[in-house]
Design a protein around this ligand. Structure first.
Ligand SMILES: *[C@@H]1O[C@H](CO)[C@@H](O)[C@H](O)[C@H]1NC(C)=O
Length: 229
C-alpha cells in the first residue's frame, strides 16, 4: 500500500519535473553506477523508486548492521579508519563466538553533529551483516547490532578515495538536487525523529583497490502515510 503510493508520488514528480530524461550519463550525474564490488561480495539489495539527474531514491528492506560506538573526531576519514579496523577484527573472528564472517559492502559511516568543543562530529561506523548471520550475529565488546526497519535513502554517488573535503560538498550537492521535491520534505520531517540530523557515507571498496571506487552519500528517511496520499 505504502509502496504503491510512493510509485504514484514518484510518477507525479516525474511528470512535474523538467529534467531531460535519457540525457544523463552515469559518469557525472551522481547516480546509476552499480558498485563493481557487489558482483563479488554481498551488498544489501534495494529497489530504485526514482533515478533522475543528481539523485536516486532507493528503498531498502529490513537490514542488519554491526556498529561501533560513536567515535568523536574532526575527520570522517580518520573515524572511518578507526571504526573499520574494529569491524575488520570482528569479521576475522574477534567476537564472542570466534566466528569468521564474510566481508560485505558497503561500510557506512553515519555522521551527526556533536555538542562537544573543537568542531568534532560524532561518527558511527557499521558493517552490513551477511544474510546468513543476520538471525544471530556474534556479539563483540564495543560493537552493537542495529536492526533497521525498511528505510528510504536519497543517494548521490561519487568516485575515488573519500577525502574529508569532498564529503560536505557532495552532501550539499545532494541536498541541492533534492530542493523543492517531496523527498526533501520527507527527509526534513524524518530527521526530526529517527535518523537524527546527519547523513551517511557509504564506501564500497577496500583501501587496497585503486580503480572503480564508488562511494555514496545517503540521506535516510521514512515516508509517513499522510505524505503519500
Ligand atoms: C523488498 O520487499 C518487498 C516486499 O516483500 C519485495 O517485493 C521486494 O522484492 C524486496 N526488495 C528487495 C531488493 O529485496
Amino acid at each position: 500500500m505504502a509502496v504503491f503510493n510512493v510509485f504514484k508520488l514518484s510518477l507525479l514528480l516525474s511528470l512535474l519535473s523538467n529534467l531531460p530524461f535519457g540525457l544523463w550519463s552515469a559518469a557525472n550525474n551522481g547516480v546509476g553506477i552499480s558498485p563493481p564490488t557487489c558482483s563479488r561480495i554481498e551488498c544489501p539489495g534495494y529497489d530504485v523508486i526514482e533515478a533522475v539527474n543528481g539523485y536516486e531514491i532507493r528503498r531498502y528492506n529490513s537490514t542488519v548492521w554491526m556498529s561501533t560506538s560513536p567515535i568523536q573526531d574532526i575527520s570522517l576519514v580518520e573515524a572511518t579508519r578507526t571504526g573499520f579496523l574494529q569491524l575488520f577484527d570482528y569479521i576475522q573472528g574477534k567476537n564472542d563466538y570466534e566466528k569468521e564472517i564474510e566481508m560485505t559492502a558497503p561500510v557506512i559511516t553515519e555522521i551527526s553533529p556533536s555538542d562537544g568543543p573543537l568542531c568534532e562530529s560524532s561518527f558511527v561506523v557499521s558493517f552490513y551483516v551477511p544474510t546468513v548471520n543476520q538471525a544471530n550475529p556474534p556479539p563483540a565488546e564495543g560493537l552493537h547490532v542495529q536492526r533497521w526497519k525498511p528505510v528510504y535513502a536519497a543517494v548521490r554517488q561519487f568516485r575515488g578515495f573519500v577525502a574529508d573535503s569532498d564529503v560536505g560538498e557532495e552532501a550539499a550537492a545532494l541536498q541541492a538536487s533534492l530542493a523543492d521535491t517531496a523527498w526533501s520534505a520527507a527527509i526534513e520531517k524524518s530527521h526530526g525523529a529517527d535518523h537524527a540530523s546527519g547523513y551517511t557515507v557509504a564506501q564500497y571498496n577496500s583501501p587496497f583497490e585503486f580503480e572503480n571506487r564508488v562511494n555514496e552519500i545517503w540521506m535516510l528517511f521514512q515516508i509517513e502515510d499522510e505524505l503519500t496520499v
